[in-house]
Design a protein around this ligand. Structure first.
Ligand code: SAM
Length: 669
């Protein structure tokens, strides 16, 4: 569990770490020091004007008060303004990506107090403060200024965080701000293994600067592959170090069979019109990538994203699994995104009223007990409640203990999808084609074409299939092992008692607080059918299920009639995880990775990648509201050669090749 730093402010107002006996920045002028030591000595200004990619990546050890980040953000904003004045929008860097590792995050109150020292940065620090994350280990992707500035704030040890990252062979970092407490006060961070892992994620032209000139740091950096030299230190400090990567290595986080390709992403076709596709389109728009939406329905969100109220909360296990990591970080990212949309004037109905999961059966009670004992998750994400506490939160009597997700709640998914599409359109307009049934995908030398029964659309550099249960409808993707689960949600009239419900209840299904004087009640769970037909039997099942758990509760026994319902097939995979990545052709894998059958993890052959440019993004089941936004960011970050928000183990857990690799290892295919 991540613990906050213990700090006090010294008589000059500078934050001071009690446990390590060191200041966070210079007593003289911390902002000037930050600018000189890190921004100037890495020559960032000039490099922003002349870089080989539209995004520039800085990585920092020790986020502390965020001063280095805020100064860099301010300077980057000046750079964008200069670009605009000089009408040079086509040249130079357009997006700043800042990665920072922090083992002992400041408490938000300490952060705010520390940043009051810099009124010139207040416009930036206020935005940071609003998004500053809770104490959850791992990568928190924070986005500012419509995604022009991205901060991947890793809570956890710098070395361990880098070792868990997903990154390509070419590296991702252009410049290093090697900060931290003085090596004499806290030597643990300044290890050879940290310097080596910095090289693993550096691009060939990476530079570094650090306030220290300690001999062992310099030697360690040289051993790792940086050429370093002393530069004049800031203020009274005599020396500091600057460096440039000299010996590039070919490390990458994934084995060849879980590789994530990059792509030119010139003109992207997105198939599907639900939450998944709107997230992809939004991630593309932020990067200024041209795209086009194709949907077989007459308007967005008519498939599994069509519910009137969808619950949003993280699906957490009592272990630190890839599954829990995906959902915990996805949930926090989704909440930030949805609040940003609302803050930018895009509207949808929602209520962040929390989600209360009731221990309605013994296995659930055991699971909750296990969660309470393990104490893996910060209270702001999830906490156990007694029956009395739960009923107090819910506003109705149930008698069940449970776990409460206080930041959860519900949104109206179709409205959310429309808001997200409008937001994407406002950043980078794209065309949408509804009532358009894509029957075939064809790859030619010019790119990908989409075929309907009457026309051929394209070419596109890439196709991303976000078509839920229909994602296996194409010749290329017919082997996709989709498990379709039909679910019906019933809309039941509220009563005087049920209107008192203040939070979303989860039992085996869910029950929402009244909205438009109705509650959503559901859902049924039926495999092996693709019918979207609403049935009276399913309404009855939903009613019976609710009463089976809450027959003693007035809110449930006094409900009115079911006036309508919605049914759809949710697309899932057998491991309950989504799928995000380039399409992996089984026959190609069987040849290239035949050695996996023999238990050998080497001597593979090259993949032919005959379907390059085809990507799959689906399988979110009933949890797309939570998991689709961050997974979309991950897929587009991989394709666009940017830092990736999901760790390597999560990236592998949602990789399209996972079932093929599993079967090869088991010698089943
Ligand atoms: N860059 C910061 C700023 O702008 O305020 C100042 C950084 S302060 C001098 C050093 C930071 O490094 C502290 O916040 C400390 O918690 C962090 N730190 C120390 N050891 C670390 C480690 N092993 N991994 C990640 N962060 C670490």
């Amino acid at each position: 569990m991540i613990k906050n730093a213990h700090i006090h402010f010294n008589n000059l107002g500078t934050p001071f770490a009690n446990d390590f006996g060191d200041i966070y920045f210079s007593n003289d002028d911390g902002l000037a020091e930050s600018h000189y030591v890190y921004y100037e000595q890495n020559n960032i200004d000039a490099r922003l004007q002349n870089h080989d990619q539209p995004h520039f990546v800085i990585a920092e050890t020790g986020f502390g008060t965020g001063l280095n980040f805020l100064n860099t953000w301010q300077r980057f904003t000046d750079h964008l303004a200069r670009q605009q004045v000089q009408n040079q929008l086509d040249n130079g860097v357009k997006r700043l990506h800042f990665i920072s590792f922090e083992k002992y995050p400041l408490h938000i109150d300490d952060l705010n107090k520390a940043l009051q020292a810099w009124p010139s940065l207040s416009a930036f620090s206020n935005k940071l403060s609003k998004q500053y994350p809770i104490n959850l280990e791992g990568c928190h992707r924070l986005e500012f200024d419509n995604g022009l500035v991205v901060l991947d704030l890793y809570f956890g040890d710098a070395l361990e965080s880098i070792q868990a990252m997903s990154y390509p062979q070419t590296g991702i970092v252009d410049a290093w701000y090697l900060d931290g407490f003085a090596p004499s006060k806290k030597p643990e961070m300044w290890q050879q293994s940290l310097f080596n892992s910095m090289v693993n994620i550096s691009r060939a032209s990476a530079t570094l600067s650090t306030f220290t000139s300690a001999g062992f740091v310099r030697r360690g950096l040289i051993d790792a592959g940086f050429n370093t030299k002393k530069a004049k230190g800031f203020g009274q400090k005599r020396d500091m170090l600057v460096g440039q990567l000299e010996c590039v290595n070919d490390a990458q986080s994934a084995p060849a069979y879980f590789h994530q390709d990059s792509s030119a992403l010139k003109n992207v076709a997105v198939i599907g019109g639900g939450i998944a596709s709107s997230c992809i389109l939004y991630s593309l728009a932020k990067r200024g990538i041209t795209s086009q939406l194709f949907c077989q329905d007459e308007k967005p969100a008519m498939g599994a994203s069509h519910n009137v109220q969808g619950a949003i909360y993280p699906h957490l296990q009592a272990k630190n699994s890839p599954h829990s990591e995906l959902f915990a970080h996805s949930f926090l990212y989704a909440k930030r995104l949805y609040n940003q949309l609302l803050g930018s004037g895009f509207s949808f109905d929602y209520d962040w009223c929390g989600v209360l999961q009731h221990a309605v059966k013994k296995p659930l009670a055991d699971k909750h007990e296990n969660l309470a004992q393990k104490q893996l998750w910060p209270t702001q994400l999830m906490h156990n409640v007694t029956a009395e506490q739960g009923d107090e939160i819910a506003g109705v009597e149930t008698g069940y203990s449970g776990v409460f997700f206080e930041q959860g709640g519900w949104v109206n998914p179709p409205q959310l999808v429309n808001a997200m599409l409008s937001a994407a359109n406002s950043i980078n307009p794209f065309k949408s084609l509804f009532n358009c049934n894509i029957e075939q995908l064809k790859k030619t030398e010019d790119g990908w074409f989409l075929l309907t029964n009457s026309e051929q659309l394209g070419p596109f550099s890439d196709v991303i299939i976000c078509a839920g249960e229909h994602s296996d409808a194409f010749e290329q993707t017919k082997a996709l092992p989709i498990v379709g689960v039909r679910g019906q949600v019933s809309h039941v009239q509220a009563s005087e008692q049920s209107r008192k419900l203040k939070t979303v209840l989860c039992h085996k299904g869910y029950f929402t607080p009244a909205y438009l004087d109705h509650h959503c009640m559901g859902a049924t769970f039926e495999k092996n059918t693709k019918s979207r037909q609403v049935t009276a039997l399913d309404n009855q099942l939903n009613q019976e299920q609710l009463l089976s758990f809450y027959q003693q509760s007035e809110f449930a026994s006094t409900l009115g009639n079911i006036t309508s319902a919605k049914a759809a097939v949710r697309c899932t995979f057998i491991d309950h995880l989504p799928m995000a990545g380039q399409w992996c052709e089984q026959s190609d894998y069987i040849t290239a990775f035949a050695n996996l059958r023999l238990g050998k993890r080497y001597q593979y052959q090259q993949l032919t990648k005959s379907q390059q440019g085809l990507h799959i993004f689906t399988g979110f089941g009933a949890r797309a509201l939570c998991s689709a936004p961050l997974s979309a960011e991950h897929l587009i970050s991989c394709l666009n050669n940017e830092p990736r928000p999901l760790s390597e183990r999560v990236s592998q857990a949602i990789h399209p090749a996972r079932f093929i690799v599993r079967d090869l290892i088991r010698n089943k295919i």
